[in-house]
Design a protein around this ligand. Sequence first.
Ligand code: SAM
Ligand code: SF4
Length: 493
Amino acid sequence: MLNCELGMGKTFDIGLERLTGRSEFSIGRSIPTKNEGSAIPAQASPEAAELGAVRGALRGTFFLETFGCQMNDHDSEKVAGVLLSRGYQQVESPQSASLILYNTCSIREKAAQKVFSRLGEFGLRQNEGRIIGVLGCVAQQEGEEIFRRAPWVSLVCGSASYSKLPELLAQVEAGNQRVTGLDTDTDETFETPVTRRDNPWRAYLTIIEGCDKACSYCVVPYTRGPERSRASDSVLREVKQLAELGYSEVQLLGQTVNSYADPTARKMRFSELLLAVADEPGIKRVRFTTSHPRDFSQDIVDAIDAQPKLCNHVHLPVQSGSTRVLQTMQRTYTREEYLERIAMIRGAKRTISITTDIIVGFPGETEADLGETLSLLDIVKYDAMFSFKYSPRPHTPSVRMSDAIPEEEKSRRLAVLQEKQREIQAVRHSAMVGQRFELIVSGKSRRENQWSGHTSCHRVINFSSQEQALLGKYVQVQVTGATPNSLVGEQAL
Ligand code: SAM
Ligand code: SF4
């Protein structure tokens, strides 16, 4: 059971480390970066002497902090690639950087506030000539308002404009104090010749950007622009390169990944693309997230059944168990239609784990609606759940809806929902004790002989092994203990 805002323990890894805090396990290999000299030219402004002193000392260094989902994580990997290819070197703290970038999330109010508190840490004086930029969803949402609230910011760029990042950076480097990239009417996807990847074994790959759905609570269509799919041949070329570089797991990303529509004459279906990616020698696991229930079809389940390299995990956000609430959310499916998709997945020959997202306290949600959501949990028995209190967002239809639910009531409903899921997870996890799973080892604990890794069904298991140098290897682990939020085991030899 996962809740970003409460930072609860997790047994699934859907890329929320930056919101939930670092775990005691760390990735064991750092990614080499290169510094081929500075791309920052001398300042021409009146403050040139002061700015020049700081930039001279920190010349060509950048600090990049990311908030939000895996899409943001991967965007940051690509932004870092753009900067590295311009000769910048990545550093670990804003104090050591001449360029500070925040890649932001505005999906909920709390996430959006975080960036302004970060920006508050760099008042005009402490800024000391550094270039500060805001990227991502808050940049798109707030636009030039960011310059008013934080006049020390020089670059504001939404994710739909990332393909223009090199030219925007060139303007900032030339001393331009107010540079924006805020178009969303692009049909381009963000591809770079260099991507600096955070994980040495698992690579993210965005196959579809933006969103054409119009969920009434969601700011994504506004901040990320219209849906655009990447050409299948370009995706497959990158997968080949990744396999050659030693990545064994790829995760295909998109806000609605299964709405993928190949823009080439080949017109590959999403399920065909999955199978083609898995066909690449060297690739051992293929994941995909997030699937939209409306576009989830039998051929995806058939592909998972046919190809063991396709991971047996589907993240299928339901948002609410009440058809009435789903209609006001504009989710385009009913409770019954959603349950048909679940039956499709449960009908697979392999056991496929299912996880979801749920929002409580949507305007007008009644006690009976909440009851419907709880009963849905009883029927589906999710392997994990991300749960959120509804947060009104600017530029969304639901912000104007009446019947807002008070904050304390939202918190109560969230607690009820989480308790139900906790009970379900306790049973599901207990049933795993004694079973064996193949893990890719992705973390080493500070404690002696303790490791962690992911199953194909995307559970994290912490396990003991006497072996050394396990990072990145695939091992068999027997589960020896379980709580509702964690699994422990030992390597099976
Ligand atoms: N595209 C995915 C889908 O359709 O399910 C969801 C992407 S969104 C980044 C991740 C989750 O954030 C959503 O599934 C939803 O549960 C939650 N979310 C989005 N907008 C929200 C809001 N205004 N308040 C609370 N939670 C929200
Ligand atoms: Fe937001 Fe709905 Fe698009 Fe998901 S499908 S990104 S929830 S608008």
